[in-house]
Design a protein. Structure first.
Length: 255
């Protein structure tokens, strides 16, 4: 099983690094990280904090866009090209195909994030602002990218690329706004509405678990338990999403 999943992952990685969108997003990310130096001169506030915050935000946004725009076509593109029939004609289970696609995109994201992080650290080193704790923030961003990738793969197994991209981006935005559900719940007087808010709060991906950019930039303490919880959340929620993706692809009728 591991060999079959690994072979599909490696092939997916090779296809992904030939995708022009990947390089376009990477160029934009590097440009935005570099532009942070100019922005810090035009904005009121600490230059160091602005550069760090803007750099982490750039890695966050372009990492997610990479996961979405490449991940949404992983399965649907194979079906459109009918190459999936050739792959599944071999002794490969459908769930292995899905896991291989996820692993290939995960590897692509790791390489992509490594390039953005290296450039970010280079800029900070040249400015004399290097902070090793920024690596911790980037690590949690990688956790977030992996979870968004799993969601993109799930929607790729269920719907068209356009709808999949919209739904994945919508969940990314909602995942960072789940804190507002608590405020909404306090203002609701209906028991049913409160129950719906609580259900959505636990069902939707809570991407706030992976966001420690503010703490790192402002030098606040970060509890080790928060990092452990972020890793556990990724494993549990990510595994559930991938299981749903595998189940959806198992039942999908290929025409």
């Amino acid at each position: 099983m591991i060999e079959r999943v690994g072979a599909i992952a490696l092939n997916t990685f090779r296809e992904a690094i030939r995708n022009r969108i990947l390089y376009l997003l990477l160029v934009f990310a590097v440009t935005m990280i570099t532009f942070a130096q100019v922005l810090s001169l035009l904005t009121v506030g600490s230059e160091e904090k602005i550069i760090k915050d803007f750099g982490l935000a750039s890695i966050d946004v372009f990492g997610v866009l990479t996961a979405v725009f490449i991940g949404i076509g992983l399965v649907s593109r194979e079906i459109e090209r009918r190459t999936v029939y050739t792959i599944l004609a071999k002794p490969i289970h459908r769930f292995e195909f899905v896991l291989g696609k996820f692993a290939g995109l995960a590897l692509t994201l790791l390489v992509n994030t490594a390039v953005m992080a290296a450039w970010f650290f280079l800029v900070l080193l040249l400015k004399g602002m290097f902070d090793p704790r920024l690596g911790l923030a980037i690590l949690l961003l990688v956790f977030q990218f992996l979870l968004v990738t799993a969601i993109a793969v799930l929607f790729s197994c269920l719907s068209t690329p356009i709808l999949s991209s919209v739904l994945t981006l919508a969940l990314y935005v909602v995942g960072h706004l789940l804190w507002s559900f608590d405020l909404l719940q306090r203002r609701l007087h209906s028991v049913a509405a409160t129950a719906v808010c609580q259900t959505l709060y636990y069902l939707l991906p809570n991407l706030g678990n992976f966001d420690i950019k503010g703490e790192v930039v402002h030098g606040l303490a970060i509890e080790p338990s928060r990092i452990a919880w972020a890793a556990a959340y990724l494993l549990l929620y990510g595994a559930a999403i991938l299981a749903a993706a595998c189940a959806a692809f198992e039942r999908k009728e290929l025409q």
